[in-house]
Write a protein that binds this ligand. Structure first.
Ligand SMILES: Nc1nc2c(ncn2[C@@H]2O[C@H](COP(=O)(O)OP(=O)(O)OP(=O)(O)O)[C@@H](O)[C@H]2O)c(=O)[nH]1
Ligand SMILES: C=C(OP(=O)(O)O)C(=O)O
Length: 227
């Protein structure tokens, strides 16, 4: 494990008066390899779009009143520097691992730093993420055990949470909703959290995120693409 940047969160953003407690871990893939399903639509804008999604997701996570700290697992120097400047702690991926190894690595690090904090992992491709909706999701997680939120299509997962002392056991990728349920995690059945469910893999997903209202980084790239 390499610590790429020091934690700067508390110097950049004030802590919420509502006692934030959650450690949140977000994975960010190397930009040149990320969001390949957007290639036909985004062309040369794809890496910039992937970075914009991550910046908007991490900004909203840092603004969530329930969140005490945001850790990003990321091998990409450009993305890592930009995300650290927002106030996230950036860790390098373990070499050779994929998404679930990156999440387990980030979760283990968060646990070492704050063993008593509740922990959640969140996909970093949620450019419409609203801090208040994320707070509602985290507030619905049972005090003991594991819980997850399904993505907008109901196939995958955007958030997996677990209480202190429980193994996270992430099983992300493709049809992960079914895998997380089969692994004993409780599904969070919340009606009004579209921004936490709306991950963006395709051009249609991006159109839906734009309709919900994306953050400034994604808005700027989308505007540049439209020119
Ligand atoms: N650190 C890290 N993050 C990953 C890795 N693979 C995926 N991610 C991140 O995990 C989240 C969900 O991944 P996907 O939706 O599959 O994103 P993607 O792999 O960029 O997209 P596709 O290339 O279209 O499959 C996104 O925030 C990705 O950046 C990985 O190997 N390491
Ligand atoms: C990573 C996942 O899926 P996708 O790559 O389709 O976003 C998932 O939902 O677990």
């Amino acid at each position: 494990m390499t610590l790429m940047t020091p934690m700067t969160q508390h110097t950049v953003r004030p802590l919420s008066p509502r006692s934030p407690s959650w450690s949140l871990v977000l994975p960010v893939k190397q930009l040149q390899r990320a969001k390949t399903r957007l290639a036909p639509f985004a062309g040369a804008h794809r890496p910039r779009l992937a970075l914009a999604f991550a910046l908007d997701t991490v900004s909203a996570a840092l603004d969530c009143p329930a969140v005490a700290r945001v850790l990003v697992v990321c091998q990409d120097a450009r993305a890592g520097a930009a995300l650290a400047s927002l106030g996230a702690l950036v860790l390098a991926d373990e070499p050779g691992g994929g998404l679930n190894d990156a999440l387990s690595h980030g979760a283990a690090h968060a646990r070492r730093l704050h063993p008593d904090a509740p922990l959640a992992v969140l996909s970093a491709d949620l450019p419409a993420l609203r801090p208040a909706e994320l707070a509602r999701v985290l507030g619905a997680v049972p005090a003991a055990g594991r819980a997850f939120l399904a993505d907008a299509p109901g196939i995958g997962t955007t958030l997996l949470a677990c209480s202190p002392g429980r193994p996270l056991a992430p099983a992300f990728g493709g049809a992960s909703r079914q895998r997380h349920a089969a692994g004993g995690a409780t599904e969070l059945a919340l009606p009004d959290v579209p921004s936490v469910r709306r991950d963006v893999d395709t051009a249609d997903d991006l159109a839906e995120a734009l309709a919900l209202g994306v953050g400034p980084h994604t808005r700027a790239v989308a505007a540049a693409m439209a020119r």
